[in-house]
Write a protein of this length. Structure first.
Length: 299
């Protein structure tokens, strides 16, 4: 199947995400380096620092910090927010073998001070939600936090947009039937088109969020769609391969390495085609392939 995709020049767009790392990036974005106070981020240095901290956290941070952050999201109270931030600050402060990471406690302390300052400038609820992720709303009007679907689907839209270069109004995305997340995915699709880019934003590579024309999103029963079945097989292979290769460090038969090489050879990241690994740096270092984080770092 992969040889056929490569031989026929069929573009593929895969987002492989580590869910634990995904939570860590949310913690960093809201507790450590919130974007409200960083100013011009176009050089990419703030995002580079965020990725470095989140990568370290995903490999070392104790479970209590995750639980407190999830409590802060679910409860959305000042007490739960400050408990999460103070526990995180204490975790970094107690690090002894990595001075750079130990100093992250200072950044968290600054975020706590910023929260109290914003609480005085704005109303308490507004300040609170500036230090928590924006939830998605399900069909029962309940909040759902940190769905990987959000970043994955929005980035695939932007990657497809980069690839076709002719507007999105004639593009149709097919998704397997979703009983619980179809409305959320449709909302994500709409929100992507509300993004307003400025010169102060990071210069993204391999994706183009300057969208012209909104695509269509259809949900089909996978039993009735050969395309969805092929996508499931391809995504399943990539997930199992990288989990066993990079995380478990298992000896894998050469045939599976060869399949990966076929996919990498056909990848064209300048046009958005290929596999985007949203994984911690320490995990990516287990592979011989050099991966780019997807944004331009200007020194």
């Amino acid at each position: 199947m992969c040889e056929y995709i490569a031989r026929e020049g069929l573009p593929f767009f895969i987002e492989l995400i580590d869910k634990k790392f995904n939570i860590c990036t949310a913690i960093v974005n809201h507790h450590v380096i919130p974007p409200y106070f960083t100013g011009d981020e176009s050089n990419g240095k703030s995002q580079y620092l965020r990725n470095m901290i989140a990568s370290y956290m995903s490999q070392n941070m104790p479970d209590d910090c995750y639980y407190k952050f999830i409590d802060a999201c679910n409860l959305s109270t000042e007490d739960s927010l400050l408990e999460s931030m103070n526990l995180l600050k204490g975790y970094f402060y107690e690090i002894e073998d990595n001075p750079d990471m130990k100093n992250v406690s200072i950044l968290v302390e600054e975020s706590i001070d910023d929260y109290h300052a914003l609480k005085k400038l704005k109303d308490a609820e507004t300040a609170l939600h500036m230090f928590l992720p924006i939830p998605d709303i399900n069909k029962k009007l309940s909040n759902i936090w940190l769905l990987p679907h959000v970043s994955c689907f929005s980035n695939i839209i932007a990657r497809v947009n980069l690839y076709i270069k002719s507007g999105m109004k004639n593009v149709t995305f097919l998704h397997d039937k979703q009983d619980h997340f179809d409305e959320i995915l449709n909302e994500i699709k709409k929100q992507v088109f509300d993004v307003e880019f400025t010169e102060e934003m990071i210069d993204l590579l391999y994706s183009d969020f300057s969208l012209d024309g909104e695509p269509t999103l259809k949900f089909l029963d996978s039993k009735d769609s050969l395309g969805i079945q092929i996508s499931d097989l391809l995504a399943g292979f990539v997930t199992r391969y990288y989990y066993e290769h990079l995380y478990l460090r298992k000896n894998i038969d050469d045939v599976y390495h060869n399949i990966r090489e076929v996919l990498l050879e056909f990848a064209d990241f300048d046009n958005g085609v290929g596999i985007n690994l949203v994984l911690p740096d320490q995990i990516l270092e287990n592979d011989h392939v050099i991966y780019n984080r997807g944004f331009k770092l200007k020194m």
